[in-house]
Design a binder for this molecule. Structure first.
Ligand SMILES: [Zn+2]
Length: 259
């Protein structure tokens, strides 16, 4: 049996309050490891509190909360990111679809957190929604100083995927890859080289097709990996090997290697 990680979930979300440890047990039973990702300083701290063997944290401030990224927030984030279980900074980026913070605040908040990741030598997990041009331009300036960049829950088409791949990014697909109408995402996955491909859940959001509409949990990443294998025309075990190796290269995490 081949195990893979879930490189992006929000297990600290209140929707897991009633059964978080059972969900975590199921995840670690079926997966290599999971990354619990923050979107505010508070949820980043909660992600770190869940860290244990098989669970790493990703800490950062989401573009929705860009206006909170002031000097004090960057200092607090630096402290959180210094924790040995903080494998990366994220999720950070730009969201021009849900413009909950003005674009003029999103860009500097993204830049400051990219600079912090470079200072700490950590990879970044990027949220990008309908902001390709600015995202590419900002990342281009920071790429040389970053160990790795993940485009999380990729939502664009093949041209967009190719542009981020050319820049050097990893492309991570979530459960929406499996939705019947998501041919654009499958076309995007088809052009991503095998050494740049990742899978994630973004749980509790975006449960893959057979479980669509239900609360997503980390173990559901296996359904997305199966769809990726179909898109790539690969044996599922071979694709899982690639996903596990790519995730190890980005996050530096090795799972229990039960395959
Ligand atoms: Zn997320």
């Amino acid at each position: 049996m081949n195990h893979i990680p879930d490189t992006h979930c929000h297990l600290q979300d209140p929707r897991f309050d009633a059964d978080r440890m059972e969900v975590l047990d199921r995840a670690l039973d079926r997966l290599d490891w999971i990354a619990v990702v923050g979107d505010t300083l508070e949820s980043s701290g909660a992600a770190l509190a869940l860290a244990r063997p098989g669970v790493v944290a990703v800490v950062g401030v989401h573009p929705y909360h860009a206006e909170s990224v002031d000097d004090g927030a960057v200092d607090r984030l630096r402290d959180l990111a210094a924790h040995p279980a903080a494998a990366a900074l994220g999720e950070i980026g730009l969201d021009y679809f849900n413009e909950f913070a003005p674009r003029a605040a999103q860009r500097p908040a993204f830049e400051r957190q990219l600079a912090l990741a470079a200072e700490l030598g950590k990879p970044v997990v990027v949220h990008n929604r309908e902001a390709d041009d600015d995202c590419l331009a900002i990342l281009r300036g920071h790429m040389p100083a970053l160990p790795a960049v993940v485009m999380h829950c990729f939502g664009g088409g093949p041209e967009s995927a190719a542009a981020f791949v050319e820049l050097g990014c990893f492309i991570s697909f979530a459960g929406n890859l499996t939705f019947p109408k998501a041919q654009k995402l499958r076309d995007a996955a088809a052009v991503v080289p095998l050494d740049r491909l990742l899978a994630e859940t973004d749980a509790p959001y975006l449960a893959p097709q057979p479980r669509r509409g239900q609360r997503c949990e980390p173990a559901d990443v296996l359904l997305t990996a199966a769809e990726l294998a179909r898109v790539k025309g690969l044996d599922p075990a071979e694709l899982k090997d690639r996903l596990r190796e790519n995730a190890r290269r980005v996050f530096g995490v090795r799972g229990p290697c039960r395959s």
